[in-house]
Design a protein around this ligand. Structure first.
Ligand code: NAD
Ligand code: LMR
Length: 333
């Protein structure tokens, strides 16, 4: 029988984790024949709630789930893990921008980077969901120098899923008929959702989204706006930030990292920028990536027109500012 892998979920008593844990434990990320030991980390005031989550996981009677380890100690949480979903952080409330969360949340990612560095497997795959996700991933990686930087990523898959869903609805096609929609930059209102490389499966062939839709004013206007503001729209409506869709997207992200992408298809992930497409280096920037053998590679050679270039600059500048702000918060602590 395949040996179990250890997977940690932080913020395990929170609302995203409540959906995420079930999906992971059912085998939707690491495979239906991969046994799992789940490590659940939260803070001491949430220990009681965490116990309830553990009871529910037991009551799901999931065949792949060998053991559940609830803890409030990062040393225990990160010990020997092969994959980490870093969800635990304060969520944005109505009227807040992600920047407002920065000073509270980057400190958490310093501590968790240090714990990953010391206790996790060196090939651990780390997905940061907690906001501001890109800058938290950067901080986390900086405090884990013994783990390759390529092993840290931030989630923009929710934005990709939102964008794909908007395009499918506009074209009146099933979601699976749309592919290669890109999210560039930060998981924030400056992100650039780009359908310029998108493909749609119509009449048994893949065609270009822009050619089939032939509506530049939509693609450069409402489409971008809706996706950039979708998180805020969900908060305004639910009075809580997105959770079910965030959990599904976290599973999609880690699933593709673990299992690879199909030939010709790419997905968006926040990864360390190497300066591709004129973006700033040393920030965690969302790019289109292809994945093979658990290694991502930024898709090269895509055409970037003047409109796209200006959008990449805006979100790149915001990431630079966030990075500098995060560093000053960490230096003053
Ligand atoms: P939540 O408040 O329901 O849960 C967060 C949990 O994290 C809480 O149980 C809290 O106690 C815990 N926590 C706080 N500090 C911690 C620490 N140091 N170690 C471990 N656990 C800790 O929030 P949620 O709705 O689950 O959202 C979690 C985060 O995900 C927020 O930052 C939110 O903004 C972000 N988010 C990101 C995306 C994305 O697309 N990247 C999407 C949705 C939400
Ligand atoms: C989202 O995009 O739904 C989350 O990042 C929550 C938020 O603050 O927008």
């Amino acid at each position: 029988m395949t040996e179990a892998i250890r997977v940690v979920v932080t913020g395990a008593a929170g609302q995203i984790a409540y959906s995420l844990l079930y999906m992971i434990a059912r085998g939707e990320v690491f495979g239906k024949d991969q046994p799992l030991i789940l490590h659940l980390l939260d803070i001491p005031p949430m220990a009681g709630v965490l116990e309830g989550v553990v009871m529910e996981l037991a009551d799901c009677a999931l065949p792949l789930l060998q053991e559940v380890i609830p803890t409030t100690d990062p040393k225990v949480a990160f010990k020997d893990v092969s994959a980490a979903f870093l969800v635990g952080a304060m969520p944005r409330k109505e009227g807040m921008e992600r920047k407002d969360l920065l000073s509270a949340n980057v400190k958490i990612f310093k501590v968790q980077g240090q714990a990953l560095n010391e206790f996790a497997k060196k090939d651990v795959k780390v997905l940061v969901v907690g906001n501001p996700a890109n800058t938290n991933a950067l901080v986390c990686a900086n405090y884990a120098p013994s783990i390759p930087k390529e092993n840290f990523s931030a989630m923009t898959r929710l934005d990709q899923n939102r964008a794909t869903s908007q395009i499918a609805a506009k074209l009146g096609v099933p979601i699976a008929a749309v592919s290669n929609i890109i999210i560039w930059g930060n998981h924030s209102s400056t992100q650039y959702p780009d359908a310029g490389q998108g493909k749609v499966f119509i009449n048994d062939v893949w065609k270009s989204v822009t050619e089939v839709l032939n509506d530049t004013s939509f693609l450069q206007g409402p489409f971008i706006d809706i996706v950039q503001k979708r998180g805020a729209a969900v908060i305004a409506s639910r009075k809580m930030s997105s959770a079910m869709s965030a959990a599904k997207s976290a599973c999609d992200h880690m699933h593709d990292w673990w299992n690879g992408t199909a030939p010709g298809k790419f997905v968006s992930m926040g990864v360390f920028s190497d300066g591709s497409y004129g973006t700033p280096k040393d920030v965690v920037f969302s790019f289109p990536v292809e994945i093979k053998n658990k290694q991502w590679k930024i898709v090269q050679g895509l055409t970037i027109d003047g409109f796209s270039k200006s959008k990449l600059d805006i979100t790149g500048n915001e990431l630079r500012e966030e990075r500098d702000e995060a560093l000053s918060v960490l230096e003053s602590n």
